[in-house]
Design a protein around this ligand. Structure first.
Ligand code: ASP
Ligand code: MG
Length: 422
């Protein structure tokens, strides 16, 4: 069996869903199809949630806009009298009722209860469409199959329980195609959870791992994994093959093409990952696997925006390494801050992290007694794997470099953000 994953950009309108149908139709193997919310629905639902929390009464209008978008797609696919419309109407009504209830829980909890709807709506509509084309696709509810802990917005999979449930639900002797939601799961107690933004790739990898899939295919609106974000560098080219290690390093450094957590479950079972163009499905795309043999090694450029560079200096001028190091990193962990780069000298530790002001402020407060902290916001982290002199020149020219770090294979620069040309 194979796992296919379609992201929001692939299912942003009726044409996209029809295209998904064609791609699924052409596959002869048994399939689990993982689908994200339509287009930018997740962003839109975040806005609904924030308006609800702000209590300004605006959330209903925003939710209505989300509804209209789904209705438009339904009308285009099925005309205006369809069974699936009734299902979607009921689900929207439930959500509206939920948002009318006076008491709000913690933000992260409510986030998952509200935002998880996007994937439910998209998969109900895709299921109806596949059935209308004669494909016998069975809709399954990831909230009851992918069991997680209750770390809302960044839930961790309970592998044992999920394995039992998924294997029971997915029986290919009964159906050849199963359709489920990316990004979402549920606790044992039945509360919805989410796995982190853009987490549908990870869902596909988890299911592939649990079912020992032959491969995972992520269908995207780009021709595969490129050596740079084409919005940043117009000379970006497709990489034909890369290793799991290369893929992990790239995504961790900030390459957005696949979610960083996707690779581990695939690596652990030696399952190859294909990243292919949704627009030109016959093209080869990129394959990620253990024994990748790239045609030629080219520099890979990765940009991580919205960074802060924090320098942490022990006030008593003691060495930064040793006890101070564990004290400092403990504070990063308890404040939920992921570290993107570390560099230490005798009396200072420099750390580059995502610019999440609340978390960074809380970290600085926590360290304030023993450490002086200096921070540079408005920063970006630029990395080049397999760097060359020309490659370095091409990204550092005219940039104010705050920090540089170099190993044999990779060079990283933390630079000041550039003002966008107007
Ligand atoms: N719909 C979710 C998001 O936009 C998950 C995903 O697309 O992978 O973050
Ligand atoms: Mg998405």
């Amino acid at each position: 069996m194979k796992v296919y994953k379609f992201g929001g950009a692939s299912v942003k309108d009726a044409t996209g869903i029809k295209n998904l149908g064609k791609i699924v139709q052409e596959e002869n193997s048994s399939l689990v199809v993982v689908v994200s919310a339509f287009g930018k629905t997740t962003n839109a639902l975040e806005k609904v949630l924030n308006a609800w929390f702000a209590g300004d009464g605006h959330h209903e209008v925003l939710l209505d806009e989300v509804y209209k978008l789904h209705l438009l797609i339904i009308n285009e696919l099925f005309g205006n009298n369809s069974e699936v419309k009734a299902k979607i109407d009921i689900s929207f009504m439930h959500l509206k009722d939920y948002l009318m209830s006076a008491s709000k829980g913690k933000y992260d909890f409510e986030y998952d209860q509200v935002v998880s709807h996007g994937e439910i709506w998209s998969t109900l509509i895709v299921e109806a469409f596949l059935r209308s084309t004669g494909l016998n696709a069975k809709w399954i509810d990831a909230r009851e199959l992918l069991i997680t802990d209750d770390r809302f917005r960044d839930a961790n999979i309970h592998w044992g329980e999920s394995s039992v449930r998924i294997k029971k639900a997915i029986d290919f002797s009964k159906n050849q195609i199963f359709l489920t939601q990316g990004f979402i799961g549920g606790t044992i107690a039945g509360q919805s959870t989410t796995l982190g933004r853009e987490g549908s790739d990870y869902t596909a990898a988890v299911i592939a791992n649990l079912l020992d899939a032959e491969c995972v295919v992520i269908w995207k609106d780009v021709p595969g994994i490129l050596n740079a974000d084409p919005k940043w560098r117009t000379d970006a080219i497709r990489l034909s093959e890369i290793s799991y290690k290369e893929a992990v390093e790239m995504t961790f450094s900030g390459a957005k093409v696949i979610h960083p957590k996707t690779i581990k479950p695939l690596h652990n079972k030696n399952i190859p990952l294909y990243v292919k163009s949704f627009i030109n499905p016959q093209e080869r795309g990129t394959i990620v696997k253990a024994d990748a043999k790239p045609e030629k090694i080219v520099p890979i450029f990765i940009r991580k925006e919205d960074q802060v560079l924090i320098s942490i200096l022990p006030k008593d001028f003691s060495f930064a390494m040793g006890d101070n190091l564990s004290r400092v990193f403990h504070s990063f962990i308890i404040n939920g801050i992921k570290v993107n780069l570390v560099q230490a000298s005798a009396v200072s530790i420099d750390v580059c992290v995502d610019d999440d002001r609340l978390k960074v402020d809380s970290l600085i407060k926590d360290l304030a007694q023993e450490f002086k902290t200096i921070y540079n916001d408005e920063a970006e982290m630029l990395s080049i794997r397999h760097y060359t002199k020309e490659a370095i020149n091409s990204i550092t020219l005219d940039r104010e470099i705050l920090l540089e770090q170099r190993t044999r294979r990779i060079v990283r620069f933390v630079v000041k953000k550039q003002d966008k040309p107007v």
